[in-house]
Design a protein. Sequence first.
Length: 206
Amino acid sequence: MAALGDRGATNLGLQALDVTPAARAALKGHRPGVLWFTGLPGSGKSTIANLAERRLHALGFHTVLLDGDNVRHGLNRDLGFTDDDRRENMRRVAEIAKLFADAGLVVIASFISPFRAERSTARERIGRDAFAEVFIDAPAALCRARDPKGLWARAAAGRLRNFTGVDSPYEPPDSPDLRLDTAARPADDLAARVADLVVRRWRASN
């Protein structure tokens, strides 16, 4: 077993593969891409992501949905919520999203992803043409009022540490590819806008 100090191994190379990402995408009938949802806890990310995937599936897109809570139950169950753990969480998710995109899928990654630098790194890793940042924009007051999991209340009472929006920062996107105002429009309307973005960008004829 490699020691912790061996993580930066220099004896590795990239294996050449005969079936390319372009060849895989050709079988799908559409171009691959990653929709990166970001927003405060309780902003509506998971709800809109689920509705958007249903629409895309009905339109014939091959999709996969990576949800923050679900990923933390498996792949990232060893990570906490410190800033460093959040950065590692996003690094792993970006790598997984890239693998799925290389397989020809439209990936919906729904995560708080609070730091601009990590979202920018994900865009560069996945590729600018295959990446769309979707800002699920809801004010903190609205998220606190919704509080579907009771997490805002626990954080405000001091029973939950490193909670984004209370004692951990959130950096909203400066120029997202799509901004969705969940205070102004119902979730299904916003999901339709996500599907429209995918159709415009990643239909095979584009």
